[in-house]
Design a protein around this ligand. Structure first.
Ligand SMILES: Cc1ncc(COP(=O)(O)O)c(C=O)c1O
Length: 382
């Protein structure tokens, strides 16, 4: 007889399957930062966040390998116990200098960073204002904080201003947004958000997972808004830097407090030192070649120009097709042409906005982008 947990899972899966919303893992060999192998086929990927192809850069791989040889495969404990390898301090100093802050803290992942940082600064009686399209881990952090969560319309400054004015209340307040929105590729108006934050004595957290290494000569989205005051500048090593791990940059006391109290730092094993070594090597590559950071955006703009889409502002371009089934069919059609462009469906994106999320990297050949544009054009019309 089927136990009740299994029956529960089966029923849920059947419902999702009927809505084309069931997901499954597909083993994929990433061959070189551009090409992947899936089901025995070689496909050109437009779905990796490896915007600078650094996951396979010789210097980045060599740094990781050398660090494994020297320091082992894992951190061995929480950073607060014995897992704080000196390479983390080196990386934190490097990130703070890059972001122009006093200090930084390295985390195991972006999800851990946001879900831990938000509850460190707001709680019951406080308010957290979140852009409706902010990444899932910002929402997790907001929910864990037990602060009141106020969702504002995507990049809508009037809505944010009204909500701040009406709901700011007595307690502390935090505004949380992505810098580059992961599924839409557009950019938050950080200058305006920062002004509103200051006017309403709210703090500002910006998740720049998709801006670091790509925008502002590699320094990230905030570099496009030099006057913006960002209290918590968070980002990851998992996108343009090609590795894994995350950081937040802030004032020295804020970072000290995070290192003392943030549960997703204190109660979790430190990042393997090799990931920090890879991130340092990747930052070196970005610093040494200013043209590299600009390349993914130029490639994305080639695609948006070819298809008459709104001009790309980051390396991510959404081609919104609407229903999940149509989007899955479009992804299959592109796969038949040799392209990997994964269909993104609810709940990752709002209902009715399933899309092809096309991610451009520095290494994508122009002629392949043109071939992709030609393959996508009929899918947009059908
Ligand atoms: C905007 C944004 N923030 C955070 C994350 C989570 O980062 P990580 O993969 O390091 O957990 C992601 C995606 O993975 C993201 O797109």
């Amino acid at each position: 007889m089927t136990d009740t947990l299994t029956a529960f899972a089966q029923a849920k899966l059947a419902t999702l399957e009927a809505q084309s919303l069931k997901r499954s893992l597909t083993p994929t060999h990433r061959l070189d930062g551009l090409w992947v192998e899936r089901g025995g086929r070689r496909l050109l990927s437009f779905s990796c966040n490896d915007y600078l192809n650094l996951s396979h850069h010789p210097a980045v791989k060599a740094a990781a390998i050398a660090a494994v040889q020297a320091h082992g495969a894992g951190a061995g404990a929480s950073r607060l116990v014995t897992g704080d390898h000196p390479i983390f301090s080196e990386l934190e100093a490097r990130l703070a200098a890059l972001k122009g802050t006093e200090a930084a803290c390295v985390f195991g992942s972006g999800y851990l960073a946001n879900s831990g940082i938000i509850p460190t600064f707001v709680g019951e009686g406080d308010v957290v204002f979140v852009d409706e399209l902010a990444h899932a881990c910002i929402w997790s952090g907001a929910q864990l904080s037990q602060a009141r969560i106020v969702r504002f319309r995507h990049n809508d400054m009037q809505d944010l201003a009204e909500k701040l004015a009406g709901l700011r209340g007595e307690g502390r307040a935090l505004i949380a947004t992505d810098g580059v929105f992961s599924m839409d590729g557009d950019i938050a108006p950080l200058d305006k958000i920062s002004r509103l934050a200051q006017a309403h004595e709210a703090w500002l957290l910006v998740d720049d997972a998709h801006g670091l290494g790509v925008l502002g000569e590699g320094r990230g989205t905030a570099a496009l808004f030099p006057d913006a005051r960002i209290d918590l500048a968070m980002g990851t090593f998992s996108k343009a830097l090609g590795g894994y791990g995350a950081y937040v940059c802030a004032s020295a006391p804020v970072i000290d407090f995070i290192k003392t109290r943030t549960r997703t730092l204190v109660y979790t094993t430190g990042l393997p030192p090799a990931n920090a070594a890879a991130a340092l090597a990747a930052l070196d590559v970005v610093a040494a070649d200013p043209a590299l950071a600009a390349a993914p955006l130029a490639k994305a703009q080639r695609f948006t120009r070819a298809l008459g889409l709104p001009e790309a502002t980051s390396s991510v371009v959404p081609v919104v097709l609407g229903e999940a089934e149509r989007t899955l069919a479009a992804a299959r059609a592109l796969e038949a042409e040799g392209f990997l462009v994964v269909a993104i469906r609810p709940p990752t994106v709002p209902a009715g906005t399933a899309r092809l999320r096309v991610a451009f990297t520095a290494g994508h050949p122009d002629e392949e982008i043109d071939r992709l544009s030609a393959a996508v054009r009929p899918l947009m019309a059908s």
